[in-house]
Design a protein around this ligand. Sequence first.
Ligand code: NAD
Ligand code: DAU
Length: 359
Amino acid sequence: MILVTGGAGFIGANFVLDWAAQQGEAVVNLDKLTYAGNLETLASLDDNPKHVFVQGDIGDSALLDRLLAEHKPRAIVNFAAESHVDRSIHGPEDFVQTNVLGTFRLLESVRGYWSALPADQKAAFRFLHVSTDEVYGSLSATDPAFTEENKYEPNSPYSASKAASDHLVRAWHHTYGLPVLTTNCSNNYGPFHFPEKLIPLMIVNALAGKPLPVYGDGMQVRDWLYVKDHCSAIRRVLEAGRLGETYNVGGWNEKPNIEIVNTVCALLDELRPRADGKSYREQISYVTDRPGHDRRYAIDARKLERELGWKPAETFDTGIRKTVEWYLANGEWVANVQSGAYREWVQKQYEAAPAKAAA
Ligand code: NAD
Ligand code: DAU
């Protein structure tokens, strides 16, 4: 049994779905169901006894203590976080609350649980913290990609809160001996990505005939990884990572934002041409830049490849085509997110049947 936090969000849900399909080991999924949590994403697991969903907060120590005592997980994978940089600029408090205080509370509960385990289970236990390349700050056009040796220079409220959580995880290892692993991944994309982030927003807005807002000059560089490849990296680190180590995760896919937007437009032109025969590129609109916008991220994932033999399965070309095709085939998921109907799943599945959600 493993305990996953934030498993109703974009990456966490992809991880849980893959885990259920491949591992045969039960998973407890603790998620607060903020605006970013979507139980519709997990609908295929509704009748799966190996997936136990619990609505709750990683900052709720009493709930955590109860869940750990009841389910006795052999590992925790911590995805739960506020994840959107723009939201962190407009309202940073939730980011400090969940990413910093929440991670602290989670670490403390896990430490109490782990300390009391029998020696063999204590030795085998793992706490894997899922983090981001944004903690390293911004690169110039000529800097080498981030390695695990880069110093932390977070620039946004989001990345500062993630950096703080990484430091807490590190300290709980060095001070208390908690067996931790940290992964720092580049930008993910793929199915079930909330359409506030660049790639899904562009797909959804393009299809709705809305403007495609490109911040600043559109020449900021991000390094893209298909979400399923991030999930396989996490499974590999969980299985064989060296305790206390951090592993960068990325697929060497640096692209300027405007190139991403043009690629999405080209795929939509091919797969769902506009009625007027024009390109979706016509909808691109340059808008005011994000304050403090990091110019370039790039991940050097050679440590993970060298030590643990991990490699991504998708190239950017295959991954982005799959992603656009997924959004075209899953209009209902998108429509329910846009209308807010996905929130009704909480009521339908859990609040109407409290026993199922009971912790
Ligand atoms: P997301 O915003 O899609 O999902 C976050 C999930 O966490 C949601 O289901 C939400 O309900 C849940 N959550 C939020 N606060 C919580 C709390 N206090 N207690 C319990 N659950 C809570 O995020 P994502 O894109 O899936 O990112 C998951 C993790 O991966 C985050 O830690 C993020 O920092 C990290 N990460 C994301 C990317 C990326 O490109 N998306 C890249 C690298 C690392
Ligand atoms: O690098 C990893 C990080 O990637 C994760 O830690 C974050 O959780 C995740 O949200 C993502 O952060 P970004 O800020 O890079 O992602 P976002 O999709 O918001 O933006 C990607 C780039 O596109 C960024 O340079 C800003 C730009 N952008 C974004 C939006 C939403 C636009 O130009 N227009 C937009 O409308």
